[in-house]
Write a protein that binds this ligand. Structure first.
Ligand code: HSE
Length: 305
């Protein structure tokens, strides 16, 4: 039977001011996604690793498969195998990795030759299942790799840039249950003052210039959000945030919430990652949380194994 098997990376979205726009693909952790054509109709799912729904319409990858089969009038049945190594509901793009991996495999299996924007559009439908909204930042990051930007949603248009070679990434994941991404998105303000818009546009611009010119200091300084993160802090989704920001200032690191949380993203030169990771872990442990760390860097997008 025909099959395609891919690596689908974790992603950290937003990077502070780029809500639903910015994301970086991470070198670790990543899921393994395999889609196989089967000789009976319908979609079957096999999941290993972290537990996620196995019913296709409740699974971000399964739902993307349903939408693609329907859109391209494909009658074949599919077996989707997900090896989930990215912790779900932690702000590391676990739902996006399933969705992006499945979209990539189906595009390849049926030779659909979808342009990147369209592929990302299909993958974003998976987020309707986990987030209640087809936000495209994580799936754009997972498919493109590097640093990615969702320039517009309707019509969807994405871009991507290679970050500076020396840029290291730390993800600190405290054992805080934020509930679903959908709940975390309910903490996002519906209206914002014009001065907040001005602040965020300024910082987002600096961050994007930093990526384009490979200037890590601009990237770190750009990781400042006065809109979404403060609200998520108030909702208890990002904990110990002011202490983490202070640590960032002391070590000259950029600190931001990782996607919808509760994980925190740190950006620093590769040779200083361990020090930053130790400090982040200490802050969470001193507050009584268990904290897992991913000491990594920006990596490639979905690719065949
Ligand atoms: N931009 C999305 C959010 C990312 O912050 O809700 C979800 O991982």
């Amino acid at each position: 039977m025909k099959s395609v098997k891919v690596i689908a990376p974790a992603t950290a979205a937003n990077l502070g001011p780029g809500f639903d726009v910015f994301a970086v693909a991470l070198k670790q952790p990543h899921d393994i996604v395999e889609v196989e054509v089967k000789d009976t109709p319908g979609i079957e799912m096999e999941i290993s690793g972290y537990s996620v729904p196995t019913e296709p319409r409740k699974n971000t990858g399964g739902y993307v498969a349903m939408r693609m089969l329907e859109s391209f009038r494909i009658k074949d049945g599919l077996r989707i195998k997900l090896q989930k190594n990215i912790p779900p509901a932690m702000g590391m793009g676990s739902s996006a990795a399933s969705a992006a991996g499945v979209a990539y495999c189906i595009n390849k299996l049926f030779d659909l030759k979808l342009p990147t924007d369209d592929l990302i559009q299909f993958a974003s439908y998976g987020e309707i299942i986990s987030a209640g909204d087809a936000h495209a930042d994580n799936v754009a990051g997972a498919i493109q790799g590097g640093f990615s930007l969702v320039i517009s949603r309707e019509p969807i248009h994405v871009m991507n840039l290679e970050p500076p070679e020396d840029m290291g990434v730390v993800i600190a994941t405290p054992n805080i249950e934020k509930g679903s991404t959908k709940l975390s998105r309910e903490a996002v303000p519906r209206e914002i003052p014009i001065i907040s818009l001005r602040e965020n546009v300024g910082h987002a611009s600096l961050l994007a210039i930093g990526m384009a010119t490979k200037n890590i200091d601009y990237i770190k300084k750009g990781m400042n959000d006065v809109v979404v993160e403060p609200s998520r802090v108030r909702y208890g989704i990002f904990r110990e945030f002011s202490k983490l920001k202070k640590l960032g200032q002391e070590l000259n690191a950029g600190i931001a919430g990782s996607g919808a949380g509760p994980s925190i993203l740190g950006i620093i030169e590769k040779n200083k990652r361990e020090e930053l990771a130790k400090g982040m872990k200490e802050i969470f442990e001193n507050a009584g949380y268990h904290c897992d760390l991913f000491i990594t860097e920006v990596g490639e997008g979905v690719r065949e194994v």
